[in-house]
Design a protein around this ligand. Structure first.
Ligand code: FAD
Length: 537
């Protein structure tokens, strides 16, 4: 049997296993997980996430490793669901539910796939409370574990280690370098709290603080109506901070699965790439302009799309939003998306941008330095704003906190200086200095370079052979000129971000798991064919 190790049992590890068990030859697969429970994944683990935190993906979008999320939810007891604030009678496939419920679902999926895999003849082991500390390349590959002084040998390894967050700084107890570095379990006093970042993670951080000082009042349908602040918490002031001071918009209705694009097709994008890096961004932007004009001529004409460049598009995109108070905009946008969901009405330009971000991502590794900078400063921000829309309920909660006088938004502009001291954090901006007693950096997952890899031997080998950006194949295997070539798949999101800036979300984890497992199966089958040919000779 060929031996395969999967490091990490979050969604990426699970989808990789789901693909591997389709292999017609029996495999010996071991999954390693640092945490005590396998199959949960970092954003869905109830040990580090508060039950109030919502997922921004619904059953209809989640590729089913075994059963769909909705099928699994319907099979749960009403009491279990009730404990998570979910009414069994109201379940449907476009619902955004608490993230920790997804953790329960994925853990159940992992166990279902393991049973199927074993029934199909594979040997599958899960090792929890086991951290892989190092990987040495060679024939075989060796994994060094936290639980043993002897390495374990494998033919293939998938690195599906997911998110990496900075550890809490003990000497600065008033500073949280991420919402996942102890915030959830730390009592936060009713004082001035600064949260850097206004997207999903920033909202998570705001909720984690607010819920310690009051409660959200809900309607019978479970929609937030108000926030009741405890009398003793009158001094709580949460400031959400970003360069622009804007809030994300609410998730919008659109057909799923996504319909194909008419102009920016995979062939058209490939043709643009094949013409070389010079002018690539402009060529692709003109495809984008044609696609948007084709799908939403009225909006395109409203923003004068035909006069725009990749650089000026961003300002045109944000123009109307920037003219309004962000909370006013949020309430207006919430009303609009709720109406559209009810009427199953799609706003064509929003839906087109959503599909365009996936279509355009493959150009990123081919952009020259100057186009990459332009892309990062312009189109990338628009695409992220579009796809990182948050659940309507998150917007309702922010509006309720606003109504209760607890939360405000501050635009820092492009030039600000952040100084973190032991008991206070200061931010100097062009319009003055802000200071916070508690400061939470909630800017989300940063991209990582190979020299951050937590496997020292592999890191040194890759840096020495390939530099900081080793080539990665379409099946995510490293192509290093070393013994590890094509047998180690780098499926850890932060390390893929430099070449795939939009790599996140469960659907992407499923695509990665599918590609990695198919790549390994191809290699196993080639190896076995070669072996039987040798025997025949
Ligand atoms: C706060 C937050 C909320 C999110 N919400 C959503 C959402 O609502 N919808 C959505 O589609 N996407 C969401 N995402 C995106 C998220 O990237 C993916 O959904 C998903 O969790 C990524 O899965 P993963 O398996 O790659 O990584 P992870 O979920 O991080 O899992 C990796 C696993 O590997 C284990 N591990 C790491 N290192 C080692 C090691 N050396 N040895 C052994 N085990 C190890 C970890 O313990 C962990 O269990 C969210 C992300 C964040 C940060």
């Amino acid at each position: 049997m060929q031996r395969i190790a999967i490091i990490g049992t979050g969604p990426t590890g699970i989808y990789t296993l789901a693909g591997l068990i389709k292999c017609r030859r029996p495999l010996a697969i071991t999954l390693y997980e640092s945490r005590a429970q396998a199959g949960v994944g970092m954003p869905f683990d109830d040990k580090v996430n508060h039950p109030i935190m919502l997922a921004n993906i619904a059953s209809i979008e989640i590729p089913a490793p075994d059963s769909t999320y909705l099928q699994w939810l319907k099979a749960q007891g009403a009491e279990f669901l009730e404990r998570h604030g979910v009414c069994k009678d109201d379940l449907h496939d476009r619902q955004f539910l608490p993230r920790v419920l997804l953790g329960h679902y994925f853990a159940a999926q992992l166990h279902a796939i393991v049973s199927q895999g074993i029934a199909a003849g594979h040997d599958i082991q899960i090792k929890v409370n086991t951290t892989v500390n190092d990987i040495t390349a060679g024939q075989p590959l060796r994994l060094w574990l936290s639980t043993s002084s002897e390495p374990k040998a494998y033919d293939y390894v998938a690195i599906a280690t997911g998110h990496e967050w900075p550890k809490a700084r003990e000497k600065k107890p008033c500073y949280f370098p991420s919402p996942w570095s102890g915030l959830i379990h730390t009592p936060i006093p009713a004082t001035d709290v600064g949260i850097m970042g206004t997207s999903l993670s920033g909202i998570d951080a705001a909720m984690a603080v607010a819920i310690q000082h009051g409660r959200f009042v809900e309607s019978n349908e479970g929609k937030t109506l108000a926030f009741e602040l405890k009398e003793s918490s009158r001094n709580l002031r949460i400031s959400m901070l970003s360069r622009s001071g804007l809030l994300p918009e609410a998730d919008f209705y659109c057909p799923i699965p996504h319909e194909p694009l008419a102009v920016a097709t995979p062939e058209a994008i490939q043709e643009a790439i094949d013409q070389g890096p010079e002018g690539l961004l402009n060529r692709v932007f003109s495809l984008m302009v044609r696609e948007l004009t084709f799908n939403d001529p009225a909006w395109s004409s409203h923003i004068n799309l035909h006069t725009l460049t990749p650089d000026s598009f961003t300002d045109a995109y944000y123009e109307s939003r920037k003219k309004h108070n962000p909370f006013y905009w949020a309430s207006h946008n919430l009303e609009e998306v709720e109406r559209n969901k009810k009427n199953r009405h799609t706003i064509a330009w929003r839906y087109t941008l959503l599909r365009l971000h996936e279509a355009i991502e493959p150009i990123v590794p081919h952009l020259n330095h100057s186009d990459l900078t332009r892309f990062n400063q312009s189109l990338k921000r628009v695409f992220i704003d579009n796809y990182a829309a948050v659940p309507s309920e998150s917007i309702r909660r922010l509006l309720a906190l606003r109504q209760a006088g607890v939360i405000e938004l501050k635009a820092l502009g492009h030039n600000y200086e952040l100084t973190i001291k032991e008991t206070k954090t200061y931010i100097s901006t062009e319009s003055g200095t802000l200071n916070f007693d508690i400061f939470i950096d909630a800017r989300g997952q940063r991209s990582r370079r190979i020299d951050d890899l937590p496997f020292p031997s592999l890191k040194h080998l890759l840096v020495a052979c390939e530099g900081l950006q080793p080539p990665i194949d379409t099946d995510y295997t490293l192509q290093a000129k070393s013994d590890g070539a094509h047998r180690i798949a780098l499926a850890a999101l932060p390390y893929l971000m430099p070449i795939k800036p939009f790599v996140q979300g469960i659907t992407v984890c499923a695509e990665i798991g599918d590609a990695v497992s198919k790549g390994f199966i191809r290699s196993v089958e080639c190896y076995e064919q070669a072996l039987s040919a040798e025997h025949e000779v």
